[in-house]
Ligand binder design. Structure first.
Ligand code: SF4
Ligand code: SF4
Length: 102
């Protein structure tokens, strides 16, 4: 099955996105300041991903139509590791009423 992420974006509006604060710009990492919060010494979180409903502050566009990540080249590791077609991907797509393939 093919999953076209630029016509989806469901995962960016479903899951909390946490990473180590050392990956944030404030500590010399790549994730730009202003888009995440340092919760403690070991967790930083993309803003918006723990809101109800969740939606990452870096996500642009309309879910299920056309989306982009404002910081694609600087996105944190969980975003890089998330696999299109995985169980979590399918769950996110279902949550947004999208078919299991795109
Ligand atoms: S939910 Fe799956 S298909 Fe949609 S953007 Fe995320 S990885 Fe891509
Ligand atoms: S940083 Fe980009 S890829 Fe990661 S959740 Fe936010 S919008 Fe999606």
């Amino acid at each position: 099955m093919d999953y076209n992420c630029v016509e989806c974006g469901a995962c960016c509006a479903t899951f909390r996105v946490d990473f180590h604060p050392s990956d944030g710009e404030a500590q010399g990492g790549r994730v730009p300041e202003g888009l995440y919060d340092e919760l403690n010494g070991s967790i930083a979180r993309m803003r918006g991903t723990d809101h109800t409903p969740p939606r990452c502050r870096a996500l642009r566009g309309c879910i299920g139509e056309q989306v982009s990540c404002l910081i694609y080249d600087e996105r944190p590791d969980p975003c890089r590791e998330f696999e299109a077609g995985s169980d979590a991907c399918v769950r996110a797509r279902r949550r947004h009423g999208l078919a299991e393939s795109a």
